[in-house]
Design a binder for this molecule. Structure first.
Ligand SMILES: [Zn+2]
Length: 146
């Protein structure tokens, strides 16, 4: 049975608040080569952990309003990044979905993967800020479906 993704709204509110604090300097728009480089690095991380090479493609829609991470097949993932989401924070969000796997939604290990990716690509200060924001909005980091 699939659990309702009840934590999604809280995650969105918390990251929005963290994003506002970060300001433009930390969240400047990423160019496609920078995005692809980060995606490749995270694909390698997942390969080290699970032994499989996942195929992650990124779509750049001009006017879709949601950023998504879609599991098309067991090892085939498609991330869609509309213009507003082409920065490190929201890229880390979608890549946390990729690392956590399908059916996790915004629960459990999604949150810890998200914080870890932000620490890796944006630094410990930003990770701390996001963590504080998650705490404020009562986002749970444990107890998610594995
Ligand atoms: Zn999400």
């Amino acid at each position: 049975m699939r659990r309702r993704d009840s934590q999604r709204k809280k995650v969105y509110l918390a990251e929005r608040e963290a994003f506002d604090f970060l300001g433009l300097a930390s969240c400047t728009p990423l160019e496609k080569p920078e995005i692809e480089k980060i995606v490749k690095a995270v694909v390698r991380t997942k390969k080290r952990k699970f032994g499989y090479l996942y195929q992650v493609t990124v779509a750049y829609p001009k006017n879709r309003n949601r950023a998504t991470c879609w599991f098309r097949g067991p090892r085939e993932i498609r991330i869609s990044l509309p213009p507003w989401s082409r920065n490190k924070l929201f890229l880390c969000h979608e890549l946390a979905h990729f690392l956590s796997g399908p059916q996790i939604g915004h629960h459990g290990k999604f949150v810890s993967n998200y914080i870890q990716l932000v620490r890796r690509f944006m630094g410990p200060e930003t990770a701390k800020l996001l963590k504080t924001s998650f705490k404020k909005f009562r986002v749970k980091t444990k107890g998610g479906i594995e």
